[in-house]
Structures are given as C-alpha cells and as structure tokens.
Design a protein around this ligand. Structure first.
Ligand SMILES: [Zn+2]
Length: 146
C-alpha cells in the first residue's frame, strides 16, 4: 500500500504507525516535497482485513490477529472474484449503480468486499444488490468506507 501526493506526483514516505492493541491502526504518510501529511486510520475489522491480506504498511506486515471468519473470506477473496462471482454468489445480482460503486473499491479488496455484500444479501434473501443495500449492509456490518 502506497500513498501518492497528487499535487507533487511524489510517493509519500511512511511516518509513524500505532497499534494500540484494540485493533485500531493509525499510520501517517508524508510527502517529501510539499510536506503534506495524510493519516490512515482503520477500525479493528478493517485492520484485520489489511493484515490478513498481508499488506505491508510502513515496510512491515501487521501481525495477524485471530478473526477466523474474516481470514476465511480473505483466503478466498481473489482478484478475479469479481469475474467468476456468478458461480460463487449464487443468484445475487448487482444493479448497474452497485457495480459502478463496487468498481471504485480498491482492487486489492474488491473481491472480498463483493463477497461480503453478496453474503449479506444472500443471507437476507435479497435478490439484487443496490447502492441502498450496500449502505444498509455497511452500516450493519460496520464496514464504513467500503
Ligand atoms: Zn506533495
């Protein structure tokens, strides 16, 4: 995971990272050219998603923590899950709006995010995922930002 300063087209350098132990992760990145600093803050579930994917933050992989369900999802959440999702997600359909919104999810988590929404819809007998369904699922599952 890297951050780019859009103004300078410079890769931002890792500043500091905190793992307070409650699963929250905070990392800062600084642009070496203009000095702009951005911070990334994730909630425990998001931290776990990132950890499980083995994404290196600041040059070191965040230690994995036990959260078996998420890890299982991640283990099967491949990049191509979007393409072969029909087979794996049964009859759940995605509205064009929902597909467009899913398309804005970063590549490295898209398959997994799609699976989370598809599972959510299937469990509730929802035939088509729409942006409204995504909002509801996100609120219920605590997936702010996805
Ligand atoms: Zn800059």
């Amino acid at each position: 995971m890297k951050f780019l300063c859009v103004d300078c087209d410079q890769q931002m350098s890792f500043g500091e990272r905190q793992l307070p132990g409650d699963g929250t992760l905070a990392a800062t990145f600084k642009c070496p050219k203009c000095g702009r600093v951005v911070a990334m803050l994730t909630n425990p579930m998001e931290t776990q998603l990132v950890s499980s994917l083995g994404v290196e933050i600041g040059g070191r992989t965040v230690p994995a923590q036990p959260l078996e369900n998420v890890r299982k999802m991640v283990a099967t959440g491949r990049e191509d899950a979007f393409e072969d999702g029909k087979r794996e997600t049964g009859h759940v359909q995605w509205s064009p709006d929902a597909q467009e919104r899913l398309g804005r999810v970063p590549n490295f988590v898209r398959g997994m995010v799609k699976r989370i929404y598809a599972d959510y819809a299937r469990e509730r007998g929802i035939a088509e995922i729409t942006p409204a369904i995504m909002d509801t699922a996100r609120a219920e599952l605590g997936l702010e930002g996805m």
